[in-house]
Design a protein around this ligand. Structure first.
Ligand SMILES: C[S@@+](CC[C@H](N)C(=O)[O-])C[C@H]1O[C@@H](n2cnc3c(N)ncnc32)[C@H](O)[C@@H]1O
Length: 252
């Protein structure tokens, strides 16, 4: 792109603040990130769980932010990478980072609730760090499963509460209530006000809930390489979890 370091620095400042600490032309976008060298240091823990060679594959990065994962997947040889986010500020950051990295990535303004408009399935869907920001998390998972997930999904959610997984029966009588008080029962904590000063943090699942929600939306867990990260594969939806919103083939 031929920009000097000073020009890159000034573009980074103009596009900030950044949530992704990315190195662009030798300049870091968020060197004082509250999570440390984020997302690099998180990615290092599960980078090996994703195929190293994505040649010929398509990738959809939902809630792509400044494009860290989109750029990483392009580096792995993905033929087509589409990053979507509903925030123009982040999309502008992603476009600049990809341009300087000479990574041929498409970015589009789109909400996860509108993925059906893409009319296309992707070999790998990345759905990292978005679920707990949504008021309707299961709807989002259902829409991803229905419309865009072609094979694999890399998923992450903030988790709070127990990391225990209580083995569950397929059914319980109405009078049985003890399991709801077990720490390892799936629990999705609702945040009415604020958590971590962020008014868009709506939900905090415990580990059991994160896993159960994935299964319930028709994703089988292939591996769990990091505390909050899952690699999933498209699977059958369990009985009762078929989409109930109007879509092709649904009962009206
Ligand atoms: C915590 S950041 C995660 C960014 C990145 N995926 C990661 O894991 O580092 C959440 C991102 O999701 C985006 N986002 C939140 N709600 C969204 C929605 N309904 N549709 C698309 N993107 C959304 C935000 O703009 C933000 O870029």
């Amino acid at each position: 792109m031929g920009l000097s370091t000073a020009e890159i620095q000034s573009r980074i400042e103009a596009l900030g603040p950044w949530f992704h600490n990315i190195e662009i032309g030798g300049v870091r976008t968020a060197p004082n990130h509250f999570l440390g060298d984020y997302p690099h240091q998180k990615f290092r823990k599960f980078a090996d769980a994703i195929p190293a060679d994505l040649s010929g594959k398509s990738v959809l990065d939902i809630g792509c932010n400044a494009g860290f994962y989109s750029i990483e997947m392009k580096r792995r040889g993905a033929e087509r990478v589409l990053g979507i986010d509903f925030d123009d500020k982040y999309l502008n950051q992603a476009r600049f980072a990809a341009e300087v990295a000479e990574a041929d990535i498409e970015f589009a303004k789109l909400s996860v609730y509108d993925v059906g408009a893409l009319g296309e399935k992707f070999d790998l869907v990345i759905f990292m760090g978005v679920l707990y920001h949504l008021r309707h998390p299961l709807l989002a998972l259902d829409l991803i499963r229905e419309h865009v997930a072609g094979d694999l999904m890399l998923f992450q959610s903030m988790q709070r509460g127990s990391t225990e997984i209580l083995p569950l029966e397929g059914n319980y009588p109405f009078t049985d209530t003890h399991m709801f008080d077990e720490p390892g029962y799936p629990k999705l904590h609702f945040i009415e006000h604020r958590y971590a000063d962020d008014p868009t943090n709506w939900w905090a699942p415990n580990s059991a809930a994160a896993e159960a929600m994935l299964r319930s939306s028709g994703f089988a867990i292939v591996s769990h390489p990091e505390a909050e990260v899952y690699l999933c594969r498209v699977a059958e939806r369990p009985y009762g979890a078929e989409p109930v919103y109007p879509h092709k083939g649904a009962r009206q």
